[in-house]
Design a protein around this ligand. Sequence first.
Ligand SMILES: Nc1ncnc2c1ncn2[C@@H]1O[C@H](COP(=O)(O)OP(=O)(O)OP(=O)(O)O)[C@@H](O)[C@H]1O
Ligand SMILES: [Mg+2]
Length: 356
Amino acid sequence: MSDPILSVHHLSIDYGYEEDATHAVTDVSFTLGRGEFLGLAGESGCGKSTLAYGVANILRNPANIVSGEILYHGGNAAPINILALSGAALRAFRWNELAIVFQSAMNALNPVLSLRAQIRDIFTTHRPQMSRKEIDQRAVELLQMVGIASDRLRSFPHELSGGMRQRAGIALALALNPDIIIMDEPTTALDVVAQREILSEMIRLRQNLQFSVIFITHDLSLLLELADNVAIMYAGRIVEYGDRRNVYAHARHPYSYGLLHSFPPLRGPAKKVYGIAGSPPDLRALPQGCAFHPRCPMAFADCQSALPILKAADPAIPAQHAACHLYDAARRAEPPTEEDIAAAYSVNAKRRGMRV
Ligand SMILES: Nc1ncnc2c1ncn2[C@@H]1O[C@H](COP(=O)(O)OP(=O)(O)OP(=O)(O)O)[C@@H](O)[C@H]1O
Ligand SMILES: [Mg+2]
């Protein structure tokens, strides 16, 4: 791991309280390196957005942080505890050090202001020493950076295409040169061509400007092409984490394996598509043990009673972690091979009447 810019320690976030609480994020820890592109994937409702907004400390009632610490490691100063920031300090942090590109750029952009006015707003608030001329120059530069012609500065959000709005959202996020950019499904609403263009652009910008990215998507295939590391969430927890190449070549957790075999590969030899039976659990009443066990074709008795922790599944790849009892030598003598997992999924799919 390169020098960390952000570290998240045992973060748990609920919506609501006590027996009504939805446990959207549970005991999540990870580190984001300086310049790293971290992909966060998982089915709808598994807690990706809650985790991202928790990291940015922008969650509001009924969300509540149950436990955890989020440290920003900027420069030589002591780390900043993001959860302890509030008011003006939090607002300044949110533009200067960390910025978010939301799923729907329409919601992030102000519908009654032109792009120029929105960019000016950011600078007059956070860089009061800058002259109007300097700000307008920077506005042109920002739009150029994301591939929008500068005559669009006069446009209002409704005058832009979906792709351009998303690019404008990215330009605003980049305005103050933050160290971390969180992108929550920024391209889901776009066609695949626009999606890829914007992502390639992000990768290029990241190389030039050296920011780190947490990129959230349902589309694991995108991450397997673009991310450095991938974290896969299930029912509020990270169940697998590792270098994207390792996760792609050898997914350890049966959930990751199932996700990877839920869509045909973009390149390389064809692989079987099994899908995952059933649906994610209710986050208000999680199953005992591993939350994935009711859907897992490899589950055994321990999975119903004991919670697996995230740790190296293979001593030869210590940086790839899985939260799964299959790799716990005290519970199972031999870890499964990929063929074992494939066979279990295949039996399961056939039982559901799929032709695999
Ligand atoms: N404001 C809220 N009040 C109550 N529950 C919420 C609220 N926002 C989210 N949740 C619940 O928290 C859980 C996690 O939601 P979250 O939006 O973080 O998931 P997600 O992984 O981002 O899903 P998606 O892929 O659909 O965007 C879900 O069960 C959701 O219903
Ligand atoms: Mg979401």
